[in-house]
Design a binder for this molecule. Structure first.
Ligand SMILES: C[S@@+](CC[C@H](N)C(=O)[O-])C[C@H]1O[C@@H](n2cnc3c(N)ncnc32)[C@H](O)[C@@H]1O
Length: 312
């Protein structure tokens, strides 16, 4: 895998991440979505010994790329091939139970999207795959070839909000009765046959997003990881999350709101703050978004929403 730095991934909202995340140069920080190591490298540049960066990624290509990129930070960059749903275990295995900050920069990297063999994109034609972690058994072909028509339609509707979800699911099931669906190109042609040329790109984006979320169990992993992350932060520690679509941003927003609450509804009753200790303070009333300049240079940043919370 010989990928040049700029091609792997350009980090989004880099300065805003550093400002939100780092409270002490000697702390332990976690980048739970290491990717090409762009954010990780910027964090390391701000730390002084004994400051340490632990980087996690479910994708072994990311670990391999970032290991080489961060090789000059020997001993201060600890990189682990792990899903962030296992963040507590991954840190415990490194002897860490409290950290100063945790970053999640969700979704896929530009490398994953642009590398045809990863099967994430409708812009290239290769094996339909979409696994972030290629040691996982279930890939996108499993879903399109084995899910029942109704389950498939539900995935396309729930995770892609695709209006033609039922018709597309029906077409997939009809196709696989004579041969299994194998490639991104076959799926693209099939969606085109249903929605036509005019809205094709938007529909493809929704269908591919939905399958990706299902393959990687993205929303459940995020919910589980956020709860663990808040528990692992030391008082004053920061949680920084960048999301790229409304489904993941809603989970981040609702989780932070719930963890920041001092009163909560239980049926018709309000449970008072004497019974409920808020765990975090939300530092971003509204999410931070990219400036026009950043959006122009890095189109990926246009949909980014960054939220920051501080552990109490
Ligand atoms: C947007 S990229 C991160 C880019 C990174 N911030 C940088 O500066 O290069 C997202 C990364 O998170 C990883 N990822 C997504 N979901 C994950 C999960 N549940 N556990 C671990 N890594 C995950 C992907 O494999 C991908 O490499």
């Amino acid at each position: 895998m010989a990928v040049r730095l700029a091609l792997y991934h350009t980090p989004v909202l880099r300065d805003e991440v550093l400002t939100g995340l780092i409270t002490s140069a000697g702390g332990i920080y976690v980048d739970a979505t290491l990717g090409g190591g762009g954010h990780a490298e910027s964090i390391l540049q701000r730390l002084n010994p004994p400051g340490v960066l632990v980087g996690l990624d479910a994708d072994s290509d990311a670990i391999q790329f970032a290991t080489s990129r961060l090789s000059s930070y020997q001993g201060r960059a600890v990189l682990v091939h792990s899903n962030f749903r296992d963040i507590s275990v991954a840190l415990a295995q490194k002897g860490i139970d409290r950290v100063s900050g945790i970053l999640f920069d969700l979704g896929v990297s530009s490398y994953q999207l642009d590398e045809p063999s990863r099967g994430f994109s409708f812009r290239t034609d290769d094996r339909l795959d979409m696994r972030m972690d290629r040691t996982q058994a279930v890939d996108a072909r499993t879903i399109v070839n084995q899910y029942e028509e109704r389950e498939l339609a539900d995935v396309l509707w729930m995770y892609g909000e695709e209006r033609a979800s039922r018709r597309i699911a029906h077409a997939i099931v009809r196709h696989r009765t004579h041969s299994p669906l194998q490639t991104t190109g076959e799926l693209t042609a099939l969606v085109k046959g249903i929605v036509g040329e005019r809205f094709l790109v938007k529909s493809l984006a929704r269908v591919f997003q939905a399958l990706r979320i299902e393959v990687n169990n993205e929303l459940m992993n995020l919910e589980s990881a956020l709860a663990q992350a808040i528990a692992i932060l030391e008082p004053g520690g920061r949680l920084v999350v960048i999301s790229y679509h409304s489904l993941e941003d809603r989970i981040v927003k609702d989780t932070l709101k719930q963890e920041a609450a001092s009163v909560q509804r239980s049926g018709n009753k309000l449970v008072p703050d004497t019974l409920l200790q808020p765990k975090v303070k939300i530092l971003t009333k509204k999410p931070i978004t990219a400036t026009d300049d950043e959006s122009r240079v890095n189109p990926r940043s246009r949909s980014a929403k960054l939220r920051v919370a501080e552990k109490l």
